[in-house]
Design a protein around this ligand. Structure first.
Ligand code: ADP
Ligand code: MG
Length: 724
């Protein structure tokens, strides 16, 4: 099929789709957590003492009593088999942002030739997948392949239903034979434990007599694009790189803002309902759905949960978004920038810490100036962002997220914290040494008696800040849409623990020197603001003035690319942070740097190869056909005495030549392999390969505006974004 025929075929398929028949609607009660081996199911099926012991571990973080494993495994198996599962899988989270599963049957052959179904405690507790192909960043050689998975009892087991049947899934950690973390869960669990300890110290110092375990919470807002599979299947860039490497912006993009929060198209609504149905069955509390800024872009947000469970649920949510899309003839794009010139996708990670006795520790209440407990926890965040801003940038660094950060639509690559006018005022006063109080919540009277009086928040929102206080939590807005939330959560928890320990140390020493509790608090807060207040910024994060001021006056780092940001994982401050808290050993940290750097280099390499290939094998032939067809016609006309303007044709000739030259240059550039070190290789990708890709694309996109549409080989932006 020639270029345009496959496009027309795709459009035909889409516009002649069988109408979708929605599944019979079920009530929330019928669906909710039916596929989760929840506490209530455990309570109903386990002996009382075993349930009590397990519940204690789950709720308070007490050490797991291994003797419960056999009973739990047997109850889990019975339940899973009653739901039609004959396989179980240890599910783990390797460093690739993906979710990995190794499936094993319950079947166990007996010596007499019969089989029984079996699932022992030891199989529940520990597994040994052949982990040699997972990235480990030099922790082991491939011939030393042993890796272990181990049951994470704090995240519930569940049944995953796919076209291929049902599987009992058990969330696990993944470690090497030498005991080093090879996954994203181990550090997350460690970071949850350290922030608990540190918060406890501070809460106890503040005189709280009862302090329940402190946990961190996460609610992640997920943005995504949907494109019809008929289009995606004929775009090798979407298939292999998850984004368009070519494509001219459509005449109508998002300039009218008419998609944002607009009516959801019915095909998409069916999709969303199916996604939500699957999520409810898995006990994932999906709550908000709406259209996003760009055409074809949407958002889903569940209610926040404890960080560890939220992180597992977030991984499941991404899987379900993708799988359900397939069933609806769609492709769900989680890439941060699938379409140039159109808004990208982020994942806003809403984060807070709190416990059962003191509640949400980031809740300012109505009069934050009197709430010293809140001020201390908020001060701890400010210190963390200032000390570890480059780390925050590094953990969200990827080849794909680089397209968003700093591109004037997403938060800038400079890490700062937005507090809102009320808190900013109070923290300014703290710096001056005297708290006087600030603006308070107000009301908005719309002047129409039938309308309710609206409550006005003490601070507005700031869309341009990478890390913003939003009333009772911080929202890390710079996280990319395809990323695991675990890295950001590990960083936030760990830097928080570091700050809280610093605060506790300072307060203890001041109080042992005779200072009153209040004086000690004020003194610590004041010194935090003096040393770290530079991270607080309430203005426009997109503006040029901020980029200049942040770097030149405030000494903050602007790290536009992954190549600039990732090396911070090796900095002495970051090493010290993770070693002192035991969240990541130096070897584990180093391995993460190596893995993420390699991922960056590999993804740019794949994209570069695709750019060269598509330019040479698809766009170049289309342009040449155009030149032949129209050039021939012009010659005939000229012979007949009709002279026509050749400028468009000359332009096509010029652009084709440039595109081909640049594509060859790119093919040549990616053969270079002699680099001093990983950092040099990353810089080469960022400063040589990427710009060359852009040059090939610029010529190709210009050609798209000149070449006959019936020859154009790739579905256009207009088609992909507007035909549903
Ligand atoms: P918005 O678009 O206004 O930021 P959404 O309702 O789309 O808000 O998403 C906000 C997310 O923040 C939700 O997942 C919500 O459950 C979560 N959230 C609310 N309160 C907290 C909290 N205290 N800690 C963590 N997350 C929270
Ligand atoms: Mg939000």
């Amino acid at each position: 099929m020639s270029g345009n025929e496959s496009r027309l075929q795709a459009i035909y398929e889409i516009t002649n789709r069988e109408p979708f028949t929605p599944a019979p609607s079920e009530s929330l009660d019928e669906l909710w957590a039916t596929n989760v081996f929840s506490l209530s199911k455990m309570k109903a099926t386990l002996p009382k003492d075993i349930f009590k012991s397990l519940e204690k571990t789950i709720k308070t973080g007490n050490k797991l009593d291994m003797s419960v494993a056999d009973s739990v495994a047997s109850a889990m198996k019975e339940w899973a088999m009653s739901k039609g599962a004959s396989y179980y899988a240890h599910v783990f989270y390797p460093l690739t942002n993906a979710t990995a599963e190794k499936h094993d049957g319950f079947i166990s052959p007996q010596s007499d030739g019969s089989v029984i179904s079996e699932f022992s405690g030891s199989l529940l507790v520990q597994g040994e997948p052949d982990g040699s192909s997972f990235p480990n960043g030099g922790i082991r050689d491939t011939f030393e392949a042993r890796g272990y998975t181990a049951w994470d009892v704090t995240s519930p087991a569940y049944i995953l239903e796919t076209e291929n049947g049902s599987t009992l899934c058990i969330p696990t950690i993944f470690v090497s034979w030498t005991g080093e973390a090879l996954d994203k869960k181990v550090p997350l669990l460690r970071s949850i434990a350290v922030v608990n300890k540190a918060a406890n110290r501070v809460l106890t110092l503040l005189g709280n007599s009862e302090v329940a375990p402190v946990n961190s919470s996460c609610g992640a807002e997920q943005e995504y694009f949907l494109v019809d599979a008929n289009f995606a299947n004929i775009r090798p860039d979407l298939l292999l790189a998850g984004r368009t490497l070519f494509g001219r912006p459509p005449a109508k993009g998002q300039q009218f803002d008419d998609h944002y929060f607009g009516a959801i198209p019915s095909r998409i609504q069916h999709y969303m309902q199916d996604v939500e149905r699957e999520l409810y069955k898995l006990g994932i509390p999906a709550k908000t759905r709406h259209n996003e800024v760009a055409p074809g872009q949407f958002e889903i947000a569940p209610v926040y949960e404890m960080a560890n469970v939220a992180s597992d649920h977030q991984q499941m949510l991404m899987t379900i978004l993708r799988n359900t899309a397939k069933q609806h003839g769609l492709v769900c794009l989680l890439h941060e920038k699938p379409f140039a010139g159109i808004n990208g996708s982020g994942k806003h990670v809403n984060w807070s810490i709190g416990n059962a006795t003191q509640g949400n520790l980031l809740d300012p209440g109505d009069t934050p100036e009197e709430n010293t407990q809140f001020l201390l926890f908020c001060g701890a965040v400010i210190r963390g962002v200032h000390k570890f801003g480059p780390l925050m940038r590094a953990v969200i660094a990827s080849a794909s997220n680089d397209h968003r950060l700093g591109a004037n639509e997403a938060p800038p690559a400079i890490m700062s914290v937005y507090l809102g006018s009320q808190l900013e005022q109070i923290f300014e006063q703290i710096k001056e040494g005297k708290i006087q109080g600030g603006e308070h919540k107000g009301t908005l009277d719309m002047g129409v008696d039938t309308l309710p009086l609206l409550t006005r928040d003490a601070g507005d929102r700031n869309r341009t800040s990478p890390f913003a206080f939003t009333g009772n939590r911080f929202e890390f807005r710079a996280v990319g849409s395809h990323q695991s939330v675990s890295g950001p959560l590990v960083t936030l928890n760990t830097m928080m623990a570091d700050s809280l320990n610093y605060i506790a140390d300072q307060m203890e020493s001041k109080m042992s020197g005779g200072a009153s509790l209040n004086d000690a608090i004020l003194a610590v807060l004041q010194s935090i603001m003096t040393e770290h207040g530079a991270a607080v910024f309430g203005g426009n994060g997109y503006s040029e003035e901020w980029h200049k001021m942040a770097v030149e006056e405030r000494g903050l780092k602007n790290l536009p690319t992954t190549a600039d940001a990732l090396p911070y994982l090796q900095s002495p401050e970051v090493k010290a942070l993770f070693s002192s808290t035991h969240v990541l050993s130096p070897v584990e940290l180093e391995s993460r740097y190596e893995v993420y750097a390699e991922q960056y280099i590999n993804s740019i390499d794949v994209e570069a190869k695709l750019v060269a290939e598509i330019a040479k094998t698809r766009i170049y032939p289309a342009a040449m056909r155009h030149l032949t067809d129209l050039g021939g016609a012009l010659t005939s006309l000229k012979e007949a005495g009709i002279e026509m303007d050749r400028s468009s044709l000359d332009q096509v000739a010029g652009l084709t030549k440039t595109m081909l030259e640049k594509a060859s240059e790119l093919s040549e550039a990616i053969t270079k392999h002699d680099f001093a070190d990983t950092e040099a290789h990353m810089q080469y990708c960022a400063t040589t390969i990427r710009p060359l890709m852009d040059e090939v694309r610029a010529a190709a996109d210009a050609l798209e505006g000149e070449v006959a549409d019936d020859l154009w080989p790739l579905p256009t932006y207009q088609e992909m974004l507007f035909i549903k």
